[in-house]
Design a protein around this ligand. Sequence first.
Ligand SMILES: [Fe+2]
Length: 322
Amino acid sequence: MSVPEIVRIGHVVLTVADLARARHFYVDLLGMNVLHEGSGGIYLRGVEDREWSLKLELGGSPRVRQFGFKVATDSTLDELERLAVDLGLPHRRETERDRPAMLRIQDPFGFPMTYYYQSVRHPWLLQRYDLHRGPGISRIDHVNLFCPTVADMGAWYQQRQGFRLTEYTEDKHGVTWAVWMHRKGNVHDLAITNGTGPRMHHFAYWLPDGNRIMQLCDILAGARAEAHIERGPGRHGISNAFYLYLRDPDGHRIELYTSDYLTVDPDFEPIRWDRDDIRRQQLWGGPAPKCWFTEGSMVESEDGGLVPTTESVLTGVPTYIS
Ligand SMILES: [Fe+2]
């Protein structure tokens, strides 16, 4: 069976209740770069992104409208369309600003996945250091999704879309609680974690080093916006990433992420973590807050509503969470 060639995570589209408030957070505080803006929304990117990677739209209740993936060719969209037809998945062709040919599929687990190849490419800002603002956020890195059937969803994306497993968490009975999978060659483009879903746990941007993340903490504190900090900074055991998690004004969770590792070897061996090993989430030992395991963003259905969620049968939180 041939597998459609996914290249990398490409974008996230979020709805927000107040565009000006969201713009202040993402542009004024986080220093993201505006590519386009109007009454319909704001298109943002990091300094390494040649295309837009985050769109904020005015909408009712906050939700994720799309998780976008760049694919290898326009014909990859035809392959994905055949997959959707074969499996009876809701799907349609769409267009977006800068992106004339996109395919939206509601995946078997309820997530709104969008695929594109063509995109208008804009002048690179990486070496326009004079234009970098705030911590200098580089590029979109991954999304992390809550799903009540982690093992099934992980297997589906590995078998049907060629994602490669890098790390996973399981309990002492061998039941899978979370998986990290990549296409682009670092730890992940797509992570799936156990919980009520379909919902987004977080989306993440790469930065050059941990000092930039510390700088962002100072910027938020200086602006008396420290309440946006939910967790960190810290060092994950999983992925080895130096991290910081923020909640935006609409409650969407964004991670600032750096210092993971290469995973391109064809004989790469996925790393197993025990669910109750506190070092998997924080190498330095501090537990995550309980909201970490329970709160996330709803996702949009094919008719523009919210996808109803299902609780996981794997209930409870790791033993180190009180
Ligand atoms: Fe993450």
